[in-house]
Unconditional design. Structure first.
Length: 115
């Protein structure tokens, strides 16, 4: 069973920064494609950033230049660095991994941005 644990969310003012973490107890991240998703109030869940096992990252257009997705394989951790936060970034943020055609999600971490 794959376990993903997100942390690092909080309430911040617009323009601030947060660093979210996604940890898995097993050393699985180095071999898989990891994604960060978010779900805002009344919104569908959307993919905001991905990173491949080789370290190549992709981002949703709306977050390019403000979000980065570094990973630390030695710590079994993938991060989501969020800078220049906007009120529209308010959402629950989830990390995701797909292994053997099974989707695994963490419980999410809440990010609330006030103007």
């Amino acid at each position: 069973q794959v376990q993903l644990v997100e942390s690092g969310g909080g309430a911040v003012q617009a323009g601030g920064s947060l660093r979210l973490s996604c940890v898995s107890p097993g050393s699985i991240f180095k071999d898989y494609f990891i994604g960060w998703y978010r779900q805002g109030p009344g919104m569908q869940r959307e993919l905001v950033a991905t990173i491949t096992y080789s370290g190549h990252a992709n981002y949703l257009d709306a977050v390019k230049g403000r979000f980065t997705i570094p990973r630390d394989n030695a710590k079994n951790t993938v991060y989501l660095q969020i800078d220049h936060l906007k009120p529209e970034d308010t959402a629950v943020y989830y990390c995701h991994i797909k292994m053997s055609d099974v989707d695994y999600w963490g419980h999410g971490t809440q990010v609330t941005v006030s103007s």
